[in-house]
Design a protein around this ligand. Structure first.
Ligand SMILES: NC(=O)c1ccc[n+]([C@@H]2O[C@H](COP(=O)([O-])OP(=O)(O)OC[C@H]3O[C@@H](n4cnc5c(N)ncnc54)[C@H](O)[C@@H]3O)[C@@H](O)[C@H]2O)c1
Length: 347
């Protein structure tokens, strides 16, 4: 094996330039050797950040995979490109790390898993909230029996005024879903991760599009707002009796933003913000707000990528395997299906 993994980045917009590229640049045993973006200005920004030669800057990822000898690919495009770019990269013999939400439907995730199995490479999904210092500490607390049997989680990512005005977020053709897919996925993943990913059974949900296109809220072009919702609220039943309450918004008449996951169990509980651990001990409920010192100091994306590189180089599982992302995607798809049906739906 070469001493450095050769990394290709597909899509060099906000998340690639802000997180993936800096994360890869912190990995001593990896090097970005090619990039691809369909927009020349985004490709130019990616080229400047990475320093890759002009002939290794592509506007077609198929051509990049055919021409370059890559070991790993970061997929950082709008959601509708996640599945085709991931499948093409796996078929070209690359390991892949793909941004959240993993895809635009559960069927697409199944195709990605099938391609992963054919390729015998690793496929990892970005769920960076797990790899914050608090995310790592919360998981340790759970794994050491801190909360006992988890039976309810509350997962909220509410923006009062936060419709994304850049990229493809509000465009249904490219993103498929609104805040439910965009930010609901973060808190839902973290809740399920802390609960041990029980199998989902059913979802009862509603979605609303009421205020996002008012001039007072808008920084976006309202004609482009084609995703179904600005607010999604759901109640998810899981195997074994546990449940999750989920809410995600880009626009809501609320006093401020809220990004929080709480998990409640028989022996204790966790709240992520402010980071609070609760234990029922000696007949008393004790709660503490520990100072969490980072294990690596890298932060969410870089810590997940570091673990992904470890799995590639030393052998092991992807830190966030697509099987878990499939569970999350089935629930997110169920939220839209339930809202449309006006009834609880099986997932
Ligand atoms: N994990 C997180 O915290 C986080 C934060 C923001 C965005 N994201 C995710 O990252 C993805 C991208 O979001 P963003 O904010 O970077 O958007 P962005 O619009 O800033 O960047 C996406 C880039 O992909 C390029 N692109 C589109 N189609 C392409 C194709 N076929 N081939 C190559 N490049 C293509 C676009 O030209 C653009 O430059 C989304 O799926 C989003 O959900 C994750």
């Amino acid at each position: 094996m070469r001493d450095k993994l050769r990394v290709g980045v597909v899509g060099t917009g906000g998340i690639a330039c802000g997180n993936h590229i800096p994360a890869w640049q912190q990995m001593p045993n990896a090097e970005i050797t090619a990039i691809c973006d369909i927009k020349p200005e985004a490709a130019a920004k990616g080229a400047k950040l990475t320093g890759v030669d002009d002939e290794r800057v592509y506007d077609d990822y198929e051509e990049m995979f055919d021409t370059e000898e890559l070991d790993v690919v970061s997929v950082c495009t709008p959601n509708c490109v996640h599945m085709p770019a991931t499948v093409a990269a796996l078929e070209a013999g690359c390991h892949v790390i793909v941004e959240k939400p993993v895809a635009t439907s559960a069927d697409e995730v199944r195709q990605m898993i099938a391609a992963r199995d054919r390729s015998q490479k690793l496929l990892c999904v970005v769920q960076n909230m797990r790899y914050s210092n608090e995310g790592l500490a919360a998981k340790r607390f759970v794994d050491e029996g801190g909360i006992g049997k988890a039976y309810w989680a509350k997962a909220e990512y509410l923006r009062a005024r936060g419709v994304p005005a850049w990229g493809a977020f509000i465009d249904a053709e490219q993103s498929a879903g609104g805040p439910c897919y965009d930010i609901g996925v973060h808190v839902l993943d973290l809740a399920l991760h802390l609960m041990g990913f029980p199998e989902p059974i059913s979802v009862s949900a509603n979605t609303w599009l009421e205020i996002a296109n008012r001039p007072s809220v808008m920084k976006h072009d309202p004609k482009k707002y084609t995703v179904p919702e600005e607010l999604a609220v759901g109640f998810i039943r899981l195997e074994g009796g546990a449940c999750v309450s989920l809410a995600a918004s880009w626009a809501l008449n609320a006093p401020g933003n809220q990004n929080n996951v709480s998990v409640y169990g028989t022996e204790g509980g966790i709240r992520m913000r402010p980071f609070t651990l609760i234990r029922e001990e000696r007949g008393m409920m004790q709660s503490c707000t520990p100072e969490v010192i980072g294990e690596s100091g890298l932060g969410g994306h870089a810590e997940e990528i570091r673990r992904f590189v470890d799995a590639i180089t030393r052998g092991g599982q992807a830190p966030v395997p697509p099987e878990q992302a499939l569970i999350t995607q089935r629930i997110l798809d169920g939220i839209y299906a339930s809202a449309e049906a006006g009834a609880e739906v099986k997932v």
